[in-house]
Design a protein around this ligand. Structure first.
Ligand code: HAM
Length: 414
């Protein structure tokens, strides 16, 4: 679990603000859901034989004896909330969310136990157009963030029926090579052979590469959906690579699955991933409701942006020398904050002489120091000193300070 320090938050905020603006420009509304859900919600949606459910969930028994889990992802909670509030039946919903997710994974670069996602989910739309919309939206985000080292991988997992047929084919194929499988994959063979395709064991790479692909069992409707999606992406100028081994680490997917990946981050190269999950709402007792979504890993995108700068600091640092000036400075600062809501004004705290206060002003990143001492107090003025460029200090009337400060700041910044 990582601390996000002050020098990093400007990049986080830039990313979050850009994502929010784009999501809202496509008509997505923000929802905020609990960090804790019933453990069974994740077991039933993500799937028993997945890494997340088998070994990564932070689960505990609460004081009522209920098993709760810190959310490892956001989709299951969206489905739960949509059903609970009657928002899914016969309705179209486009939602987005941002927040912390928790997985007890082996920590390494780009993989944390508390990490952050921004995700989107759309309910009630069955066609490939909404799949394309989601992909276009993410492509736009990369463009606006200036991220170009990503590529889009696509696959279709078909309907539950065609997937079951594929399971059978995979089961037959891997059963014939059972002895070559590691213990993990032998277990997956019986319970969920698709998950073998996700194995990172290099000794199995060749065997997996030669396994039959989903393509061979894909049903006609899923094939048409997938081809229509590809045509839409091509028409919109979004490049993609078909990856028949892309099965995703969660079990709820049907038809379209996609991942945006990069080679710039080492092993943890997926920055955004998602797909369709047309069966999940019905699985939780709702009417059959088509759904599609994605989530991106904020930490990974931040590493791609790679520009951790100094903290933003403040614009103006207010120095006050002597007790009467400290009192007057407090009132003056409050007045300026009311008049200029965007101004970042730091008042000196902790006392000390003028030299020490100037030192702090310098470190604060401010462009201007305003000084209030006995003389200024008597005359009803403040002394303004530019901190980032050479210029004579100026004396300003306290009374008109809010009017003069914006242009003074512009000059102080050159
Ligand atoms: P996911 O592939 O498990 O999908 O996670 C989405 C993204 O979250 C990953 O591509 C990665 O960027 C980031 N991520 C996952 N685990 C970690 C970690 N331990 N540390 C840092 N980043 C991580 C989902 O969560 C689905 N709910 C996506 C979705 C939404 N599908 C449909 N709707």
């Amino acid at each position: 679990m990582k601390d996000i320090l002050a020098q990093e938050t400007p990049v986080w905020r830039h990313l979050e603000a850009t994502a929010r603006r784009i999501l809202e420009s496509y008509g997505y509304d923000e929802i905020r859901l609990p960090l804790l859900e019933a453990t069974s919600l994740f077991e039933r949606s993500i799937g028993d034989v997945t890494d997340i459910v088998e070994k990564e969930m932070y689960s505990f028994i609460d004081r009522n004896g209920d098993s709760l889990t810190l959310r490892p992802e956001g989709t299951a909670g969206c489905v739960r909330a949509g059903l609970e509030h009657g928002l899914l039946h016969n309705q179209v919903q486009r939602w987005w969310y941002a927040g912390a997710m928790f997985r007890h994974e082996k920590p390494q670069q780009g993989r944390y136990r508390q990490f952050h996602q921004i995700g989107a989910e759309a309910f009630g739309l069955a066609g490939p157009d909404i799949d394309a919309e989601m992909i276009l939206l993410t492509a736009r985000l990369w463009r606006e963030l200036g991220i170009d080292a990503v590529r889009l991988e696509l696959n279709s997992l078909g309907t539950p029926a065609s997937r079951a047929a594929y399971r059978e084919r995979l089961h037959a194929y891997f059963s014939a090579h059972r002895a070559a499988l590691d213990a993990d994959c032998q277990r997956r063979l019986e319970r969920n052979p698709l998950r073998i395709l996700d194995s990172k064991n290099p000794a199995l790479a060749e065997l997996i590469a030669a396994a039959p692909t989903m393509e061979s069992t894909l049903d006609t409707d899923s094939r048409a959906h997938f081809q229509a999606l590809q045509a839409m992406l091509a028409a919109a100028g979004v490049e993609f690579v078909l990856n028949p081994r892309l099965v995703r680490g969660l079990d709820y997917y049907t038809r379209t699955v996609f991942e945006w990946t990069t080679t710039a981050l080492g092993a943890q190269g997926t920055v955004c991933a998602g797909g369709r999950y047309d069966g999940l709402v019905a699985q939780f007792g709702g009417r059959p409701t088509p759904a599609v979504g994605f989530a991106m890993g904020i930490e990974r995108l931040i590493s791609l942006l790679g520009q951790v700068g100094p903290g933003q600091g403040c614009d103006v640092y207010l120095i006050a020398v002597g007790d009467p000036a400290v009192l007057a400075a407090l009132a003056l600062a409050e007045r300026l904050r009311t008049a200029l809501p965007d101004l970042r004004l730091t008042t000196h705290c902790g006392g000390g002489g003028i030299k020490a206060q100037f030192k702090r002003a310098d470190r604060s990143g401010a462009a201007i120091a305003l000084v209030l001492g006995d003389d200024e107090l008597g005359a009803g003025t403040v002394t303004a000193k530019f901190l980032r460029r050479e210029a004579a200090q100026e004396t300003l009337a306290q009374q008109h300070l809010e009017v003069q400060l914006p242009s003074l700041l512009a000059r102080a910044r050159g």
